[in-house]
Design a protein around this ligand. Structure first.
Ligand SMILES: [Fe+2]
Ligand SMILES: [Fe+2]
Length: 357
Protein backbone atom coordinates (compact mmCIF):
# COMPACT_ATOMS: atom_id res chain seq x y z
CA UNK A 1 0.00 0.00 0.00
CA UNK A 2 1.32 3.38 -0.89
CA UNK A 3 1.31 5.07 2.54
CA UNK A 4 2.18 8.51 1.18
CA UNK A 5 -1.00 8.58 -0.81
CA UNK A 6 -3.41 6.45 1.17
CA UNK A 7 -2.63 7.45 4.76
CA UNK A 8 -3.58 11.16 4.47
CA UNK A 9 -6.64 10.12 2.42
CA UNK A 10 -7.64 7.46 4.96
CA UNK A 11 -7.09 9.86 7.84
CA UNK A 12 -9.17 12.49 6.09
CA UNK A 13 -12.15 10.08 5.95
CA UNK A 14 -11.64 8.53 9.38
CA UNK A 15 -10.16 5.31 7.99
CA UNK A 16 -7.26 3.29 9.41
CA UNK A 17 -5.95 0.02 8.20
CA UNK A 18 -3.97 -2.98 9.29
CA UNK A 19 -3.41 -6.55 8.21
CA UNK A 20 -4.61 -9.74 9.86
CA UNK A 21 -3.03 -13.12 9.90
CA UNK A 22 -4.58 -16.57 10.31
CA UNK A 23 -4.07 -16.37 14.10
CA UNK A 24 -6.35 -13.31 14.27
CA UNK A 25 -3.43 -11.03 15.09
CA UNK A 26 -3.75 -7.48 13.83
CA UNK A 27 -0.55 -6.05 12.33
CA UNK A 28 -0.11 -2.37 11.64
CA UNK A 29 2.63 -0.22 10.25
CA UNK A 30 1.60 3.37 10.93
CA UNK A 31 1.13 5.62 13.95
CA UNK A 32 -2.35 6.87 13.14
CA UNK A 33 -3.96 3.53 13.91
CA UNK A 34 -2.02 3.33 17.19
CA UNK A 35 -3.31 6.70 18.18
CA UNK A 36 -6.83 5.80 17.15
CA UNK A 37 -6.80 2.51 19.03
CA UNK A 38 -4.95 4.12 21.99
CA UNK A 39 -2.09 1.66 21.84
CA UNK A 40 1.59 2.46 22.18
CA UNK A 41 3.24 3.42 18.82
CA UNK A 42 6.02 0.92 19.50
CA UNK A 43 3.57 -1.91 19.31
CA UNK A 44 3.32 -3.28 15.81
CA UNK A 45 0.69 -5.92 16.49
CA UNK A 46 -2.14 -6.86 18.86
CA UNK A 47 -4.18 -9.95 19.34
CA UNK A 48 -7.68 -9.07 18.19
CA UNK A 49 -9.57 -11.14 20.75
CA UNK A 50 -7.49 -9.64 23.59
CA UNK A 51 -7.87 -6.17 22.27
CA UNK A 52 -11.53 -6.10 21.17
CA UNK A 53 -14.25 -7.83 23.14
CA UNK A 54 -16.59 -7.42 20.16
CA UNK A 55 -14.51 -9.92 18.16
CA UNK A 56 -15.09 -12.71 20.67
CA UNK A 57 -17.70 -15.08 19.22
CA UNK A 58 -17.10 -13.80 15.69
CA UNK A 59 -13.81 -15.66 15.12
CA UNK A 60 -15.33 -18.17 12.69
CA UNK A 61 -16.73 -15.41 10.46
CA UNK A 62 -13.35 -13.68 10.44
CA UNK A 63 -11.61 -16.94 9.60
CA UNK A 64 -13.98 -17.37 6.65
CA UNK A 65 -12.72 -14.03 5.31
CA UNK A 66 -9.08 -15.05 5.93
CA UNK A 67 -9.63 -18.32 4.06
CA UNK A 68 -11.38 -16.56 1.18
CA UNK A 69 -14.69 -18.32 1.86
CA UNK A 70 -16.17 -14.89 2.48
CA UNK A 71 -15.16 -11.66 0.75
CA UNK A 72 -15.97 -9.38 3.64
CA UNK A 73 -17.25 -9.22 7.22
CA UNK A 74 -17.83 -6.27 9.53
CA UNK A 75 -18.22 -5.65 13.28
CA UNK A 76 -19.28 -2.57 15.21
CA UNK A 77 -16.75 -1.68 17.93
CA UNK A 78 -16.40 0.77 20.79
CA UNK A 79 -13.07 1.89 22.12
CA UNK A 80 -13.61 2.70 25.78
CA UNK A 81 -9.99 3.05 26.79
CA UNK A 82 -9.67 6.69 25.69
CA UNK A 83 -11.14 9.67 27.57
CA UNK A 84 -14.24 9.51 25.46
CA UNK A 85 -15.99 6.64 23.72
CA UNK A 86 -14.88 6.12 20.15
CA UNK A 87 -17.25 4.20 17.89
CA UNK A 88 -15.93 2.43 14.84
CA UNK A 89 -16.72 -0.19 12.27
CA UNK A 90 -14.21 -2.95 11.65
CA UNK A 91 -14.21 -4.28 8.08
CA UNK A 92 -12.42 -7.53 7.39
CA UNK A 93 -11.67 -7.79 3.67
CA UNK A 94 -10.18 -10.79 1.95
CA UNK A 95 -7.16 -9.22 0.22
CA UNK A 96 -3.62 -10.54 0.15
CA UNK A 97 -1.27 -7.77 1.22
CA UNK A 98 2.39 -8.01 2.21
CA UNK A 99 1.91 -11.75 2.77
CA UNK A 100 -1.11 -11.33 5.05
CA UNK A 101 -4.36 -12.97 3.87
CA UNK A 102 -6.71 -10.17 4.87
CA UNK A 103 -6.85 -6.46 5.42
CA UNK A 104 -8.71 -4.74 8.27
CA UNK A 105 -10.09 -1.28 7.68
CA UNK A 106 -11.30 0.67 10.69
CA UNK A 107 -13.75 3.46 10.08
CA UNK A 108 -14.31 6.02 12.81
CA UNK A 109 -18.07 6.59 13.01
CA UNK A 110 -18.10 8.53 16.31
CA UNK A 111 -19.02 11.90 14.80
CA UNK A 112 -21.58 10.24 12.54
CA UNK A 113 -23.11 8.50 15.53
CA UNK A 114 -23.00 11.68 17.62
CA UNK A 115 -24.65 13.54 14.77
CA UNK A 116 -27.20 10.76 14.37
CA UNK A 117 -27.90 10.74 18.11
CA UNK A 118 -28.28 14.49 18.33
CA UNK A 119 -30.51 14.32 15.24
CA UNK A 120 -32.54 11.59 16.89
CA UNK A 121 -32.69 13.62 20.09
CA UNK A 122 -33.90 16.68 18.16
CA UNK A 123 -36.49 14.51 16.42
CA UNK A 124 -37.64 13.19 19.78
CA UNK A 125 -37.84 16.72 21.18
CA UNK A 126 -39.79 17.87 18.12
CA UNK A 127 -42.09 14.87 18.50
CA UNK A 128 -42.64 15.72 22.16
CA UNK A 129 -43.38 19.35 21.28
CA UNK A 130 -45.76 18.22 18.55
CA UNK A 131 -47.50 15.87 20.96
CA UNK A 132 -47.74 18.67 23.51
CA UNK A 133 -49.06 21.05 20.85
CA UNK A 134 -51.59 18.47 19.71
CA UNK A 135 -52.73 17.99 23.29
CA UNK A 136 -53.02 21.77 23.78
CA UNK A 137 -54.95 22.07 20.51
CA UNK A 138 -57.32 19.34 21.67
CA UNK A 139 -57.75 21.20 24.97
CA UNK A 140 -58.39 24.47 23.09
CA UNK A 141 -60.91 22.70 20.83
CA UNK A 142 -62.66 21.36 23.90
CA UNK A 143 -62.73 24.81 25.55
CA UNK A 144 -63.94 26.32 22.27
CA UNK A 145 -66.75 23.80 21.99
CA UNK A 146 -67.75 24.45 25.61
CA UNK A 147 -67.73 28.20 25.00
CA UNK A 148 -69.75 27.81 21.80
CA UNK A 149 -72.28 25.68 23.66
CA UNK A 150 -72.48 28.28 26.45
CA UNK A 151 -72.89 31.14 23.96
CA UNK A 152 -75.59 29.17 22.10
CA UNK A 153 -77.36 28.45 25.38
CA UNK A 154 -77.17 32.10 26.54
CA UNK A 155 -78.26 33.34 23.08
CA UNK A 156 -81.25 30.99 23.27
CA UNK A 157 -82.13 32.21 26.77
CA UNK A 158 -81.71 35.82 25.68
CA UNK A 159 -83.78 35.19 22.54
CA UNK A 160 -86.52 33.58 24.62
CA UNK A 161 -86.63 36.45 27.14
CA UNK A 162 -86.40 39.00 24.33
CA UNK A 163 -89.26 37.25 22.48
CA UNK A 164 -91.28 37.24 25.68
CA UNK A 165 -90.56 40.96 26.27
CA UNK A 166 -91.60 41.72 22.67
CA UNK A 167 -94.82 39.71 23.07
CA UNK A 168 -95.62 41.44 26.37
CA UNK A 169 -94.93 44.82 24.78
CA UNK A 170 -97.18 44.16 21.77
CA UNK A 171 -99.87 42.71 24.04
CA UNK A 172 -99.74 45.94 26.12
CA UNK A 173 -100.12 48.08 23.00
CA UNK A 174 -102.95 45.88 21.73
CA UNK A 175 -104.74 45.97 25.09
CA UNK A 176 -104.56 49.77 25.20
CA UNK A 177 -105.88 50.05 21.64
CA UNK A 178 -108.56 47.52 22.44
CA UNK A 179 -109.66 49.51 25.52
CA UNK A 180 -110.29 52.54 23.30
CA UNK A 181 -111.89 50.42 20.58
CA UNK A 182 -114.47 49.16 23.10
CA UNK A 183 -115.72 52.74 23.55
CA UNK A 184 -115.10 54.18 20.10
CA UNK A 185 -114.49 51.67 17.27
CA UNK A 186 -113.79 54.44 14.71
CA UNK A 187 -110.99 56.07 16.66
CA UNK A 188 -109.35 52.69 16.99
CA UNK A 189 -109.43 52.09 13.22
CA UNK A 190 -108.14 55.65 12.83
CA UNK A 191 -105.14 54.88 15.09
CA UNK A 192 -104.19 51.79 13.04
CA UNK A 193 -104.33 53.73 9.77
CA UNK A 194 -102.37 56.68 11.24
CA UNK A 195 -99.75 54.16 12.42
CA UNK A 196 -99.49 52.73 8.89
CA UNK A 197 -99.29 56.14 7.18
CA UNK A 198 -96.96 57.75 9.76
CA UNK A 199 -94.45 54.86 9.62
CA UNK A 200 -94.59 54.94 5.77
CA UNK A 201 -93.89 58.73 5.80
CA UNK A 202 -90.97 58.19 8.20
CA UNK A 203 -89.48 55.35 6.12
CA UNK A 204 -89.94 57.44 2.95
CA UNK A 205 -87.99 60.26 4.67
CA UNK A 206 -85.10 57.81 5.16
CA UNK A 207 -85.39 57.63 8.96
CA UNK A 208 -83.83 54.50 10.50
CA UNK A 209 -85.85 51.35 11.15
CA UNK A 210 -85.89 51.80 14.92
CA UNK A 211 -87.29 55.35 14.68
CA UNK A 212 -89.90 54.16 12.15
CA UNK A 213 -91.00 51.40 14.54
CA UNK A 214 -91.28 53.90 17.43
CA UNK A 215 -93.49 56.12 15.24
CA UNK A 216 -95.66 53.12 14.30
CA UNK A 217 -96.20 52.22 17.98
CA UNK A 218 -96.94 55.86 18.88
CA UNK A 219 -99.40 56.00 15.95
CA UNK A 220 -101.26 52.96 17.34
CA UNK A 221 -101.70 54.79 20.66
CA UNK A 222 -101.74 58.48 19.77
CA UNK A 223 -105.41 59.10 20.63
CA UNK A 224 -105.52 56.81 23.68
CA UNK A 225 -106.28 59.91 25.80
CA UNK A 226 -109.71 60.09 24.11
CA UNK A 227 -110.72 57.32 26.49
CA UNK A 228 -111.49 60.19 28.90
CA UNK A 229 -113.63 62.07 26.34
CA UNK A 230 -117.39 61.30 26.31
CA UNK A 231 -118.04 59.37 23.10
CA UNK A 232 -120.91 61.65 22.00
CA UNK A 233 -118.38 64.53 21.72
CA UNK A 234 -116.22 62.43 19.41
CA UNK A 235 -118.97 61.33 17.06
CA UNK A 236 -120.95 64.56 16.89
CA UNK A 237 -121.23 65.83 13.29
CA UNK A 238 -120.46 69.50 12.57
CA UNK A 239 -118.65 72.07 14.69
CA UNK A 240 -118.50 71.39 18.42
CA UNK A 241 -119.31 73.98 21.06
CA UNK A 242 -116.10 75.43 22.50
CA UNK A 243 -116.67 73.75 25.85
CA UNK A 244 -116.80 70.28 24.27
CA UNK A 245 -113.88 71.05 21.95
CA UNK A 246 -111.83 72.03 25.00
CA UNK A 247 -112.52 68.60 26.52
CA UNK A 248 -111.37 66.89 23.30
CA UNK A 249 -108.19 69.02 23.34
CA UNK A 250 -107.15 67.40 26.64
CA UNK A 251 -106.57 64.04 24.92
CA UNK A 252 -102.82 64.47 24.12
CA UNK A 253 -102.07 65.23 27.78
CA UNK A 254 -104.36 62.41 28.97
CA UNK A 255 -102.59 60.08 26.56
CA UNK A 256 -99.22 61.23 27.93
CA UNK A 257 -100.36 60.49 31.47
CA UNK A 258 -101.57 57.01 30.51
CA UNK A 259 -98.36 56.12 28.65
CA UNK A 260 -95.63 57.87 30.63
CA UNK A 261 -95.22 55.04 33.16
CA UNK A 262 -94.78 52.37 30.48
CA UNK A 263 -91.14 51.66 29.68
CA UNK A 264 -91.31 51.73 25.88
CA UNK A 265 -88.03 51.50 23.94
CA UNK A 266 -88.91 55.03 22.64
CA UNK A 267 -90.37 58.10 24.42
CA UNK A 268 -93.82 57.21 23.06
CA UNK A 269 -95.65 59.30 25.70
CA UNK A 270 -93.83 62.46 24.49
CA UNK A 271 -94.57 61.67 20.82
CA UNK A 272 -98.27 61.39 21.77
CA UNK A 273 -98.22 64.56 23.89
CA UNK A 274 -97.03 66.67 20.94
CA UNK A 275 -99.11 65.15 18.10
CA UNK A 276 -101.45 68.17 17.86
CA UNK A 277 -98.70 70.81 18.04
CA UNK A 278 -98.16 72.89 14.85
CA UNK A 279 -94.85 74.45 13.82
CA UNK A 280 -96.32 78.00 13.87
CA UNK A 281 -97.41 77.54 17.49
CA UNK A 282 -101.13 77.26 16.67
CA UNK A 283 -101.43 73.73 18.07
CA UNK A 284 -102.17 72.34 21.53
CA UNK A 285 -101.66 71.66 24.41
CA UNK A 286 -98.50 73.84 24.72
CA UNK A 287 -98.45 75.87 21.46
CA UNK A 288 -94.90 74.58 20.77
CA UNK A 289 -93.09 75.89 17.68
CA UNK A 290 -90.67 74.58 15.04
CA UNK A 291 -87.78 72.66 16.54
CA UNK A 292 -89.50 72.45 19.93
CA UNK A 293 -91.67 69.72 18.42
CA UNK A 294 -90.24 66.25 17.94
CA UNK A 295 -89.98 65.00 14.35
CA UNK A 296 -91.93 61.89 15.36
CA UNK A 297 -94.85 64.10 16.53
CA UNK A 298 -94.69 66.24 13.36
CA UNK A 299 -95.05 63.05 11.30
CA UNK A 300 -97.94 61.80 13.47
CA UNK A 301 -99.64 65.20 13.08
CA UNK A 302 -99.56 65.10 9.25
CA UNK A 303 -100.63 61.43 9.13
CA UNK A 304 -103.45 62.22 11.59
CA UNK A 305 -104.84 65.07 9.46
CA UNK A 306 -104.61 63.11 6.19
CA UNK A 307 -106.24 60.02 7.68
CA UNK A 308 -109.02 62.02 9.35
CA UNK A 309 -109.81 63.93 6.15
CA UNK A 310 -109.16 60.98 3.85
CA UNK A 311 -111.48 58.34 5.30
CA UNK A 312 -115.21 58.43 5.97
CA UNK A 313 -116.81 58.08 9.40
CA UNK A 314 -120.38 56.91 9.91
CA UNK A 315 -121.17 60.34 11.39
CA UNK A 316 -119.58 62.42 8.61
CA UNK A 317 -118.52 62.23 4.94
CA UNK A 318 -114.83 62.86 4.49
CA UNK A 319 -113.47 65.40 2.00
CA UNK A 320 -111.13 62.66 0.62
CA UNK A 321 -107.38 62.13 0.33
CA UNK A 322 -106.81 64.65 -2.47
CA UNK A 323 -108.44 67.40 -0.35
CA UNK A 324 -106.34 66.26 2.59
CA UNK A 325 -103.16 66.56 0.48
CA UNK A 326 -104.28 70.02 -0.66
CA UNK A 327 -104.80 70.98 2.98
CA UNK A 328 -101.34 69.89 4.14
CA UNK A 329 -99.85 71.46 0.98
CA UNK A 330 -101.56 74.74 1.78
CA UNK A 331 -100.09 74.79 5.30
CA UNK A 332 -96.70 73.34 4.32
CA UNK A 333 -94.08 75.24 6.34
CA UNK A 334 -96.85 77.02 8.29
CA UNK A 335 -98.53 74.35 10.40
CA UNK A 336 -96.77 71.29 9.03
CA UNK A 337 -93.09 70.44 8.64
CA UNK A 338 -92.21 70.77 4.90
CA UNK A 339 -90.16 67.54 4.68
CA UNK A 340 -93.02 65.56 6.27
CA UNK A 341 -95.60 67.06 3.91
CA UNK A 342 -93.36 66.30 0.90
CA UNK A 343 -92.86 62.71 1.98
CA UNK A 344 -96.60 62.20 2.53
CA UNK A 345 -97.59 63.70 -0.86
CA UNK A 346 -94.87 61.63 -2.55
CA UNK A 347 -96.33 58.45 -1.04
CA UNK A 348 -99.85 59.09 -2.37
CA UNK A 349 -98.91 60.67 -5.70
CA UNK A 350 -95.87 58.67 -6.76
CA UNK A 351 -95.68 55.54 -4.63
CA UNK A 352 -99.31 54.31 -4.73
CA UNK A 353 -99.70 54.42 -0.96
CA UNK A 354 -102.90 52.85 0.26
CA UNK A 355 -104.34 51.63 3.57
CA UNK A 356 -105.74 48.53 1.93
CA UNK A 357 -103.91 45.42 3.11
FE1 LIG B 1 -105.39 63.23 18.29
FE1 LIG C 1 -105.81 61.17 15.77
Amino acid sequence: MNDDFFLPLFNRFGLHYGMIDSELVLHFENDSICEFLSVSPCMKQVNLTDFLNEVIGQENEIRKVISGEKKEFSIRGINRSSDREIFFNLYFINHNYNGYPAVVVIRNITSELLFYHSLQQSRNEIQLLQDELLEKNRELDRINRELEEKVAERTKQYQESSDLAKRLFLQTVNSLTYALEMRDPYTSGHQRRVAILASAIAANMGLDEDTVEGIRIAGLLHDIGKIYVPSEFLTKPGTLPEEEYNVIKTHPLRGFEILKEIEFPWPVASFVLQHHEKINGSGYPYSLEGEEIRIESKILCVADVVEAMGTNRPYRISPGVSEALKEIGKYRGIKYEPSVVDSCCDLFRNKNFSWDE
